[in-house]
Write a protein that binds this ligand. Structure first.
Ligand SMILES: Cc1cc2nc3c(=O)[nH]c(=O)nc-3n(C[C@H](O)[C@H](O)[C@H](O)COP(=O)(O)O)c2cc1C
Ligand SMILES: [Fe+2]
Ligand SMILES: [Fe+2]
Length: 397
């Protein structure tokens, strides 16, 4: 059982999931994921903040009992209703029938709709407080970080923000729970992947939430996934701030390509060589038919430059390249300099369609796409190199 004392009033009662292959059945979990839950114990009342995924319900109940002994938890505060945090609600209610569920008006509708639970519900509004005796919890509604009902809970006396999915990351907790007790290095790439995959579309809402929190002092962040942040708090806030402003994290380039017979790939290799010659150091090359979309998105959110390269396939973009392009556009990716390369045999549709999609998006197409018919000749490869050099200049500027 995972049980860690975070402070005089907060115990960690979350769980690790090292079994699920893909989060939301989509996003790979090579290092697992944690569903964090916290038990806040006040002098009069106690509150569970955020739940766990349903198959881990009994583990959480054991943890609650071992902290509270004969005492029952009074409240279950739901910051976020996605089932990775709410799936165990019915089981918790069976274990603790007196449990009052706390959420906003949207949470209430979802708890009812998903789990058929509607009684003993305390509806809170933005700015409301709940006293547990010597503990004051204040609620801040932060819609669309990452569902409409999302809120955060601020524990005033301990300056602790229970932030829901915000500031979370993939990666199970390998023993330690608080950042100062572990090497956090592996969690940062997992934070970029988590953000770009799950939260990426909602940058403006994350920004809104961060503006709202600007005036409160935060010394600890307890999110629903990954380490509790104390020592590296400012690094984590800064990373979420930059990601949600769609600010590139470096001056690198992500190349996303597809190639069935190697023609497009030859053009890609020429651009990668030229990028290096032009001084670019962080280059991620993804064969979209093989790389998982999850990692492509993480790199798209990291680097300032992008090259999409695709053969024409059934009058359109090669499907895995189209999927990556769609995913970037869907997330509203901006502040990116983009170059496009296409390949065809009878109708140059790939370059045309990618170019049009970039122009309609908030990314910047640096020049007309380069298109090769049949195998790329020396002239086309030179054009690819020149395009890469122009892209390198753009992202340096
Ligand atoms: C299944 C399939 C569908 C294709 N559809 C088109 C097409 O609609 N228009 C076109 O000009 N070329 C089409 N092509 C030809 C490819 O664009 C051409 O073979 C190209 O050189 C492949 O690039 P690659 O070597 O990078 O895979 C198609 C090829 C395949 C195998
Ligand atoms: Fe979520
Ligand atoms: Fe979550």
């Amino acid at each position: 059982m995972r049980l860690h004392r975070i402070s005089a009033h907060i115990n960690y009662i979350g769980v690790n999931d090292r079994t699920t292959e893909r989060f939301e059945t989509l996003w790979p979990l090579p290092h697992g994921v944690s569903y964090n839950s916290y038990l806040v114990t006040g002098s009069d009342k106690t509150a569970i903040i955020d739940g766990v995924e349903v198959s881990h319900a009994l583990q959480q109940i054991d943890a609650i009992k071992s902290v509270l002994g004969d005492r029952n938890p009074d409240y279950l505060i739901i910051n976020h209703m996605e089932p990775d945090h709410s799936g165990a609600i019915r089981i918790l209610r069976q274990a603790f029938p007196e449990l009052t569920i706390v959420g906003n008006v949207q949470t209430l509708a979802m708890v009812k709709g998903f789990y058929g639970v509607a009684d003993n519900f305390l509806t809170v509004k933005d700015g409301d407080t709940l006293s547990l005796g010597d503990v004051t919890l204040r609620f801040a509604l932060t819609p669309m970080v990452h569902w409409p009902e999302t809120m955060m809970t601020y524990f005033e006396e301990e300056k602790t923000l229970l932030s829901g999915d915000a500031f979370g990351c993939f990666g199970a907790l390998n023993g330690a729970v608080v950042d100062k007790d572990m090497d956090t290095t592996p969690y940062f790439p997992e934070m970029i992947r988590y953000y770009s995959n799950i939260v990426g579309k909602y940058g403006q809402f994350v920004q809104r939430a961060m503006a709202k929190l600007k005036d409160i002092t935060v010394e600890t962040i307890c999110s629903t996934h990954g380490p509790v942040w104390q020592a590296e708090l400012s690094r984590v806030i800064d990373l979420y701030d930059r990601l949600s402003r769609y600010e590139p994290l470096d001056r690198g380039v992500t190349i996303v390509y597809g190639s069935m017979y190697g023609n497009t790939e030859r053009m890609v290799e020429a651009t990668a060589d030229a990028l290096v010659e032009a001084g670019v150091r962080n280059i991620s090359v993804h064969n979209a038919a093989k790389s998982d979309l999850s990692y492509i998105l993480a790199d798209l959110f990291t680097h300032a430059g992008v090259i999409f390269a695709s053969p024409t396939y059934s009058d359109s973009v090669f499907p895995p390249v189209a999927a990556a392009l769609d995913a970037a556009v869907l997330r509203g990716l901006k502040n990116r300099e983009v170059a496009v390369i296409g390949e065809f045999t009878w109708a140059p549709m790939a370059a045309k369609k990618i170019g049009a999609a970039i122009e309609a998006s908030e990314m910047n197409l640096i020049s007309d796409p380069i298109t090769a018919k049949h195998a790329p000749d020396a002239d086309i490869l030179d054009k690819c190199r020149a395009l890469a050099t122009a892209l390198a200049e753009k992202i340096k500027a």
